[in-house]
Design a protein around this ligand. Structure first.
Ligand code: PLP
Length: 411
């Protein structure tokens, strides 16, 4: 009989969002009038319409495809040159950071890229992952066979978990021992925390000293408001020798449904063969994408390119202002309840400590029952998320205003 991939059987059933849905449904069934008033601040999806620059570019590209003279079929597997150049110039070289056009690999999402990247790494790497965390990093390592079984708390044997707490500002301590692959995400989902350039420099130093590679997820870089904070790990000297960076148009350009992202693999980045020889990873990722991927549709790549135009930049800035204005209101409302509030200043997530005596699911129930607001319990992102809940700023201003009014009424 054909054999399945046993690693998939180690995965904990998608627990967080189904459990949230179950509790929301139970509440709605018990009180149908209240159900109509529920406001969802749980899932991290954008709410505001697609920027006009992107829509216009997409429409023009569709018209090109409608004419024989300008029709295009398959594009380059790594993305069209026009987009790779716009990204390398707009996000990196224009900001004084060295990245070549052909180090940019366009894709249909950072979720896929952060998972697929494991294709180019061999077995036996020690994986370091923050706790709490975006679950994709953990689950894709389980699928790839890089872990053992999960314990009762959902922690997998073989993963080096790095607790992110209020005490360390939600930036983990550098490991005492040796790890090989390190997942970092700043600005962070779910904590909304940021890492300073000095903190990233310490990670780069560790990685270079230990032959480790940092997988840096910068999906939320556009939300950075404090000009002294890094937007890219490549702002740190030496990072080109030890880091891969993932970025997405999902959160800045509202592309969660449109789908476009990219991964940066510097040519200096080396890893070891089974025989102990050092080789560059850039050709491996190029080969992986050429073999298993046919890039992103032409209209979508034109839409992403348009985000780098003057209009596109202004429209992104307006979207970010909108969401960060929401975050500010949510921070103030939670602080007004006397709660300790983190994040929400350079990220669209507000991370709130539960009051004494209530755990994160308890707080979820309280927010739902008393305020009809759906938040995300921190425990769902990892053991160190217990004692916190996440409020997403991805919402309309009207909804956020209502959420803030209701928060003032809970006790
Ligand atoms: C939303 C998000 C992404 C972006 O994923 P896409 O697949 O590009 O939509 C990446 N990383 C994190 C942590 C995110 O929250």
């Amino acid at each position: 009989m054909a054999k399945l991939n046993d690693n998939y059987l180690k995965l904990k059933a998608g627990y967080l969002f189904p459990e949230i849905a179950r509790r929301v449904k139970a509440f709605s069934d018990s009180d149908p009038d209240a159900a109509a008033e529920i406001i969802r601040c749980g899932i991290g999806d954008v709410t505001e319409p697609l920027p006009a620059a992107a829509r216009e570019a997409m429409k023009a590209a569709i018209d090109e495809l409608g004419k024989r003279e300008t029709f295009r079929g398959y594009g380059p597997e790594q993305g069209y040159d026009f987009l790779r150049a716009a990204i390398a110039e707009g996000d990196y070289r224009g900001r004084g950071v060295e990245v070549a056009d052909d180090e940019i690999f366009v894709s249909d999402g950072s979720k896929c890229d952060t998972g697929n990247i494991l294709d180019i790494f061999g077995p036996g790497n020690t994986i370091a992952i923050t706790d709490p965390v975006y679950p994709v990093y953990v689950d894709t390592n389980v699928m790839a066979g890089n872990t053992g079984e999960a314990d009762e708390a959902g922690a997998y044997a073989g993963i080096h978990y790095m607790p992110c707490t209020a005490d360390n500002g939600f930036v983990p301590a550098i490991p005492e021992g040796k790890v090989d692959l390190i997942y970092l995400c700043y600005p962070n989902n779910p904590t909304g925390a940021t890492a300073t350039k000095g903190q990233l420099a310490a990670w780069v130093e560790y990685a270079r000293g230990n032959g480790a590679i940092i997988l840096y997820d910068a999906a939320y870089q556009a939300f950075v408001q404090d000009g002294s904070l890094p937007r890219s790990i490549y702002e740190v000297d030496g990072a080109r020798e030890c880091a891969i960076e993932f970025r997405s148009f999902s959160k800045n350009g509202g592309f969660t449904g449109v789908r476009c992202a990219f991964t940066v693999v510097p040519k200096e980045l080396l890893a070891e063969t089974a025989a102990g020889e050092k080789k560059p990873l850039h050709p491996l990722w190029a080969r992986r994408q050429s073999t298993k991927f046919n890039s992103v549709s032409y209209p979508v790549q034109r839409a992403a390119e348009a985000l780098y135009s003057a209009d596109g930049k202004a429209q992104i800035a307006a979207l970010i202002d909108h969401y960060m204005g929401n975050a500010k209101l949510l921070r103030e409302a939670c602080a007004g309840l006397g709660l300790d509030v983190y994040g929400g200043e350079n990220a669209p997530y507000v991370w709130v400590a539960c009051p004494p005596g209530i755990d994160s699911w308890g707080m979820f129930d309280k927010m739902l029952g008393e305020a009809k607001v759906v938040v995300t319990p921190g425990a769902g992102f990892g053991a160190a998320g217990e004692g916190f809940f996440r409020i997403s700023a991805f919402n309309s201003r009207a909804n956020v205003g209502t959420v803030c009014d209701r928060l003032r009424t809970i006790v």
